[in-house]
Design a protein around this ligand. Structure first.
Ligand code: 5GP
Ligand code: MN
Length: 352
């Protein structure tokens, strides 16, 4: 049964993608550094789609993903993390004939894999929902910003592939589940970047058998006791409000991470918390990251309405993202200097 889906407004030229996929023998699927639920969800979903077509694809990420997403990692083809298995990952890129890039708009988001991917002669496909994607390295770019997530864009892409033909039952349950997780995490469980097409996607996936409550348990209710204590600590002692700027920010220091037994993914959701204060329109989280491997401060930004954190991240934090959710980094500045830097930056940005 092909349903008359409203959101086949998201028209994708799938003929070319079909041609690329039918010629693919050694596929490689990659997403961005510091992968989130959409990054992991979209690559895993695409992996299962290709697997259903008997295509052997490898999954690669530049850095590790949070523990609460590990249930998505396919048992038979574990995601390779370049940070831990660099040699192996580079050789996989070398031997790939087709590279599928999901949930990022610039190859630089793959960090130390950028050069190898850029120089590879493989056919490259980008499927992404960030504004202004880099197009030059890719044979095919599927880019829309009027979707919740890369996972949603992938969902509509797959739905229009000839073998799926708009019938959700032709999508495997593993693929459906990963797509749901990507959308659910990027929208913060339907609270932002939600479009009519997003609910439609959710409705289709739940109809397919996706257990939304179980996925919510895995993703949102699997934190440690110490992470909750860390949240309490930073909210009480390390959150600052700039009333005149309708802004708030949180500082997370390495010493607090240590004290509260921090693990990657523990900061998930922290940056959204100040936005629940009445009147606050923009929020920032600064995470100190000074150790043997890295020395920068990670910046996370969230906003409401027209407050554009993408431009703000571009201008002041060496980063980018979306209008209401962006990220970046600060180099050569100590965590103690961040309040001064942020307050100056926001005043300057608001003046413009
Ligand atoms: P988060 O705050 O969750 O780390 O990132 C929010 C969004 O900002 C991500 O979905 C991604 O689009 C973007 N983003 C995060 N970090 C960076 C970065 O270092 N550079 C760029 N260009 N975008 C980033
Ligand atoms: Mn995304």
């Amino acid at each position: 049964m092909i349903k008359n889906l409203l959101s086949v407004k998201i028209q994708i030229n799938t003929a070319y993608l079909e041609e690329i996929i039918s010629n693919c023998k050694n596929g490689l699927i990659v997403s961005h550094f510091n992968p989130d639920g959409d990054a992991v969800g979209s690559i895993v979903a695409f992996y299962y789609y290709l697997k259903g077509r008997d295509i052997d694809a490898k999954l690669v990420l530049p850095s590790g993903y949070p523990d609460f997403l590990s249930f998505l990692d396919p048992k038979e083809e574990k995601i390779k993390i370049s940070f831990f298995q660099k040699k192996e990952v580079l050789s996989l890129i070398k031997s790939a004939d087709t590279i599928f890039c999901l949930d990022f708009n610039k190859l630089s988001r793959t960090e130390d894999l950028e050069e190898e991917i850029r120089n590879s002669t493989a056919v490259k496909v980008l499927i992404d929902h960030h504004p202004v994607p880099e197009v030059e390295p890719f044979s095919m770019v599927i880019s829309r910003t009027d979707v919740s997530s890369a996972s949603e864009l992938l969902f509509w892409t797959l739905m229009s592939m000839p073998d799926i033909a708009g019938n959700i039952n032709n999508i495997s349950i593993e693929c459906a589940q990963a797509l749901y997780v990507g959308m659910m995490t990027d929208t913060n469980n339907f609270s932002n970047s939600v479009f009519p097409s997003t609910f439609e996607m959710a409705s289709e996936l739940i109809g397919r058998g996706v257990d939304k409550n179980q996925l919510q348990e895995y993703v949102f209710n699997s934190y440690s006791y110490s992470r909750m204590k860390l949240m309490g600590h930073i909210l009480k002692d390390n959150m600052y409000v700039l009333e005149n700027q309708k802004a708030a920010y949180i500082i997370l220091r390495d010493r607090d991470k240590k004290e509260y037994n921090f693990s990657p993914g523990d900061t998930e959701g922290f940056v959204n918390l100040p936005l629940s204060i009445k009147g606050i329109m923009v929020s920032a989280l600064f995470t100190e990251n000074i150790n043997e491997e890295t020395s920068f401060i990670r910046v996370s930004l969230r906003s409401k309405g027209d407050w554009n954190v993408n431009l703000f991240a571009n201008g002041y934090f060496n980063g980018g993202g979306h209008t209401n959710a962006s990220g970046g980094r600060l180099y050569d500045i100590s965590i103690e200097k961040v309040p001064e830097y942020f307050e100056k930056a926001i005043k300057e940005y608001l003046k413009k």
